[in-house]
Design a protein around this ligand. Structure first.
Ligand code: HSE
Length: 431
């Protein structure tokens, strides 16, 4: 039996998952890979830290050179996260002709093309299924099973932490901080949860999905991004009354020769399948011009689900018998598509504001919306006026250009009767 030695860089949540999977599923892994896989070294920051799992102390090292200079190690599994020093370690591993597996979405989204080009040049394999949507085999799905399609649209819930928080706020009335703390305890959140809450994590994942699906190399700064920190219990309650739930959606839509790329909280109809994707679960809808609508659903974060994707990538490398397979991810970067500016997005909008309870206020607001070509679909006034004579009102618009909504908000802010623009949330109607 072929014996293969591998090294893990990092023994956090996902690293521990990979270790457990190799320990518990040894027979399956031998049967499917045809190899006996041995994790011979693990790079950690602190060798003496108690990690709550049984790992022989002698395989832990805090010296990357011990791994990179060890010619018996054939595969490097990077699970440290972040760009620095992960990028440098991976570059050096590739140059030492080691195959690479990573779950590092930030690194792939920012430097994926460069690393993959180098891997191809050096004749090594490089897989990163765990970087998007945890245990869901979405990258292999796109790369292997949908290659005959022109992909037209991707709409996904691809961050487990924010989905957990929004679910707890919607279904249990939990406050934001408690829900975030629970998500962290369950091991879903990034080391710094800002990346989850402010949607950077989802932007990295959408960049990877877009590169794969539309054949362009996306700059993460070209993806419009909004986090969930402005969503209040008022918005959650109002959404329910209008027949919606609020989810953080990552959206890539082809519009002619352009792409609309955006990540933001979105109201979706309660009867849409995505509205029932709860807790840390992820789901990705893909529309292909031959296959039609597909939905991938599963655990998008956590130790074993992400470990499952990583361990399977290791097996994929071994199944390829260490011979080079073409890696087409992010390969067609020369395809030209422009990224639509925010002003040209089209959506429906939920607008929540507080206004003075005086006669003519609604007339003034609807005049401004009308002047900017924004047509109102629904309107509600919430509760009674407060001691300062302020009332809460909510509008939902018909489809409109985002530029028109932005202009309307600027104009509304100037009205003396408008107290505050509280929130603007896009409403996806799915046609
Ligand atoms: N923090 C990420 C999430 C982990 O919550 O989805 C998986 O990428």
């Amino acid at each position: 039996m072929n014996k293969v030695k591998i090294a893990l860089l990092g023994l956090g949540n996902v690293g521990k998952g990979v270790w457990e999977i190799f320990k518990n599923n040894t027979e399956e892994i031998i049967r499917r890979s045809g190899c006996e896989i041995e994790i011979t070294k693990i790079l950690v920051n602190d060798i003496n830290k108690d990690r709550g799992i049984e790992v022989p102390n002698e395989i832990l090292t805090d010296n990357i050179e011990e791994i990179l200079n060890d010619n018996s190690i054939q595969i490097i599994v990077e699970l440290m996260g972040g760009v620095d020093p992960a990028a440098d370690y991976i570059l050096r591993a590739i140059k030492s002709k080691k195959h690479v597996v990573t779950a590092n979405k930030q690194l792939i989204a920012i430097q994926g093309k460069e690393l993959l080009d180098l891997a191809r040049k050096e004749g090594v394999l490089f897989y990163y299924e765990g970087s998007v949507a945890g245990g869901i085999p979405i990258l292999k799905g796109i790369e292997e099973s949908l290659t005959a399609n022109k992909i037209e649209e991707i709409v996904g819930i691809i961050n487990g932490t924010t989905n957990y928080i929004l679910t707890k706020m919607s279904l249990e009335g939990m406050d934001f901080e408690t829900a975030l703390k629970e998500a962290q305890e369950k091991g879903y959140a990034e080391a710094d949860p800002t990346s989850d809450i402010e949607s950077y994590d989802a932007v990295y994942k959408l960049a990877i999905l877009t590169s794969l699906s539309f054949g362009i190399n996306v700059n993460v700064n070209d993806i419009y991004r909004e986090g969930i920190s402005k969503i209040s219990s008022h918005d959650i309650q109002n959404a329910k009354e209008f027949g919606y739930t609020i989810k953080l959606l990552a959206i890539a839509k082809e519009r002619g020769n352009s792409l609309e790329l955006r990540v933001h909280p979105t109201m979706i109809p309660l009867n849409h399948p995505l509205s029932n994707v709860n807790d840390s679960f992820n789901a990705i809808l893909i529309k292909g011009n031959a296959v039609g609508d597909l939905m991938f659903y599963g655990r998008g974060a956590g130790s074993l689900p992400t470990g499952s994707a990583v361990a399977s990538d290791i097996i994929s490398i071994l199944r390829n018998d260490m011979t080079l397979r073409s890696i087409s991810l992010v390969e067609n970067a020369d395809l030209q598509k422009t990224i639509l500016p925010r002003e040209e997005f089209t959506s429906r909008y939920y607008l929540r504001l507080t206004v003075k309870d005086v006669s003519g206020v609604l007339g003034q607001i609807s005049t401004i919306l009308g002047k900017n070509d924004v047509s109102i679909s629904s309107f509600i006034q919430k509760g009674e006026k407060d001691a300062n004579n302020i009332v809460r009102i909510v509008f939902i618009t018909h489809d409109t250009l985002e530029g028109n909504i932005m202009k309307s908000i600027e104009d509304l802010k100037k009205l003396e009767v408008v107290d505050e623009i509280k929130n603007l949330i896009r409403v996806e109607k799915f046609i």
